[in-house]
Write a protein that binds this ligand. Structure first.
Ligand SMILES: [Zn+2]
Length: 194
């Protein structure tokens, strides 16, 4: 159960076999992965003001497993925040190409804008290009604006890598043509040799 009383699609009170989340405050009680330690100022900016009294305590972590519904957790206090308990969409809990996925919270840049540069205009190839053309990753307030309280660079790099793979899948027909051309030349050369 999350702080808002909404069911997080699992029963948080029942620890997974052999693991008691209260003995492992750093483990997400659902995905059982080690979370990122959170600062109070980040939480204050992301949870609704009605929960500010809950985030004044130490011991908060963020789970960044995409499909896990737990965003912030405090196993000692048994406070669990899901997506209905936070103010903005959390990029870390969204899949690439999901509608309205923010990537840079400081400058307000959506993933869609970055993918447009990478896949449609095909004018950007590196983090430096993306910074220049979209202003993403140029902010300095990630500790507060980013839901993980950390720089958005890793999310943007992940997006660039994904887009580069997409571009490779677009290129094969061109590669085929290029190979066909080589084969023709090879055949022609063979004829001459024969
Ligand atoms: Zn989790």
């Amino acid at each position: 159960m999350s702080v808002s009383g909404k069911i997080l699609s699992f029963e948080i009170e029942i620890p997974k076999v052999g693991v008691n989340p209260q003995e492992h405050p750093e483990l997400c009680p659902l995905s059982l992965t080690k979370g990122k330690k959170m600062r109070q100022k980040t939480l204050t900016n992301h949870v609704f003001p009605k929960y500010w009294n809950l985030v004044k305590t130490e011991g908060y972590y963020m789970c960044d497993v995409v499909d896990c519904p737990v965003i912030y957790y405090n196993n000692q206090e048994k406070y669990y925040f899901g997506k209905d308990d936070v103010r903005a969409p959390v990029a870390h809990k969204m899949h690439i190409q999901e509608d309205g996925r923010p990537l840079c919270y400081c400058m307000g840049v959506l993933e869609q804008t970055i993918l447009e540069e990478l896949l449609i205009k095909q004018c950007c190839d590196s983090l430096k290009d993306i910074q220049e053309f979209t202003t993403a990753n140029k902010g300095k307030d990630c500790a507060i604006t980013n839901p993980a309280g950390r720089c958005c660079g890793s999310l943007i790099k992940e997006t660039i890598e994904w887009a580069q793979k997409q571009r490779l899948t677009i290129i094969p027909p061109v590669l085929e043509e290029a190979t066909a051309c080589c084969e023709a030349i090879e055949a022609a050369t063979k004829e001459i040799e024969e």
